[in-house]
Design a protein around this ligand. Structure first.
Ligand code: SAM
Ligand code: SF4
Length: 366
């Protein structure tokens, strides 16, 4: 299997290992950034079909053999942490809860890395039954995706009628003590955008931190348009109908979400914070600290990258320390080639140079 693969639809920049300096530190790139935040996808499978992510039907799953085993996941994380300066791990998918060995994977990671912050991004379906076991296994924190509090709207967005399960999952995560629970929401014009302030009111009342994510062109249906996307500026306006937002004075420190303190118009009482992740209109590429590994063990240096570098083939070639060196070097090469920026929004209508990756968000790991 070739070490570097790029989907065939358009020319993609080749990774040039010879350009990598001998003194490269950790997962540094050509633009002075260093990735310390690892996003690892556990599966491409999902039990929802969010319209901004997956098609209604017909997306073929990877075969079992194509997906990293628990042992391979532990090894790749160990290489990242011990050799390459990874300091934070997020497990995602697809839907990570559909992996039957999830609790065991987290327990293994925790045993190997007692101090590593390990978080999980999940749609919350089935979480109610697993939240305590995840906490006991050593999970640090959880992000739960929830776009609407209305069963019909939820079902329209996700194409599944599971709102009650997600709400039960949020509560169970709180009871289990899974840190400050973050709620991720994507607003879709004419579907759930008018529920933004209501969602924020609900999150504040529950003590959760809500983050709105601008819809990105990573949907299977290729239905994204810049004109239809609800921008960060619009999100702030929608929330302003009910709340005063003021910039959170805390350091952003490379975090994707810009945080705001939230108060009612007629009160000075601080109710909590809300985050807005403006990946399209206010990109934060220059501060990006992320390295992504797909469920098939491929490095993607950026969510929007069309270059994938296969680590799993190397992992499967052997299990000695020398092999770990080779995996680490290839990972470094992949990150050295990280693009400066994603270039999605230069024209205001989507950059002419921007080509949507073949993978959907579910198959990259959001
Ligand atoms: N299935 C899990 C979930 O939904 O939380 C984890 C994977 S999902 C790909 C991770 C996050 O990506 C979710 O919060 C989801 O809302 C977000 N997401 C998916 N497609 C997106 C898109 N096209 N634009 C912005 N966010 C997206
Ligand atoms: Fe599944 Fe998450 Fe994608 Fe929704 S956003 S379809 S829950 S992977």
């Amino acid at each position: 299997m070739p070490a570097v693969t790029a989907p065939a639809q358009a020319p993609a920049p080749a990774v040039d290992p010879t350009a990598r300096p001998l003194g490269q530190v950790g997962l540094a790139d050509r633009y002075g950034r260093r990735a310390t935040d690892m996003r690892l996808s556990l599966t491409d499978k999902c039990n929802l079909r969010c319209s901004y992510c997956m098609p209604a039907e017909g997306l073929a799953w990877l075969s079992k053999n194509q997906v990293m085993t628990a042992e391979e996941i532990l090894r790749i994380v160990r290489i990242g942490v011990d050799r390459l300066g990874v300091r934070e791990l997020r497990l995602t998918g697809g839907e990570p809860l559909v992996r039957a060995d999830l609790v065991g994977i987290i327990a293994g990671l925790r045993q190997a890395h007692p101090q590593l912050p390990i978080s999980l991004t999940t749609n919350g379906v089935g979480l109610a039954k697993k939240a305590q076991a995840l906490k006991n296994a050593g999970l640090t924190r959880i992000n739960i995706s929830l776009d609407s509090l209305h069963p019909d709207t939820f079902a329209q967005l996700t194409r599944r009628p599971f709102l009650d399960q997600v709400l039960a999952g949020v509560e169970a995560a709180a009871v289990a003590g899974l840190g400050l629970i973050k709620i991720n929401a994507v607003l879709m014009r004419g579907i759930n955008d008018q529920g933004a302030a209501e969602l924020l009111g609900w999150a504040l009342a529950g003590g959760y931190e809500l983050r709105f994510i601008e819809q990105m062109p990573l949907d299977a249906d290729h239905g994204w348009t810049r004109a239809d996307m609800i921008t960060a500026a619009e999100i702030r306006q929608l929330l302003a109908a009910e709340f005063d937002l003021s910039p959170d004075p805390r350091e952003r420190d490379g975090a994707p979400a810009e945080r705001f303190e939230v108060r009612r118009h007629d009160s000075a009482e601080l109710l909590g914070t809300v985050g807005i992740i403006a990946s399209v209109t206010e990109p934060f590429c220059s501060d990006c600290k992320r390295t992504r590994i797909t469920a098939e063990g491929k490095v993607m240096s950026c969510l929007f990258s069309r270059v994938e570098v296969d680590l799993l083939a190397l992992l499967r070639a052997g299990d000695t320390a020398a092999d770990d060196d080779a995996v680490a070097t290839r990972w470094q090469e992949a990150m050295w080639a990280k693009p400066k920026a994603h270039g999605m929004d230069h024209t205001g209508l989507g950059d002419a140079d921007y080509v949507q990756p073949d993978r959907t968000m579910s198959a990259i790991g959001g």
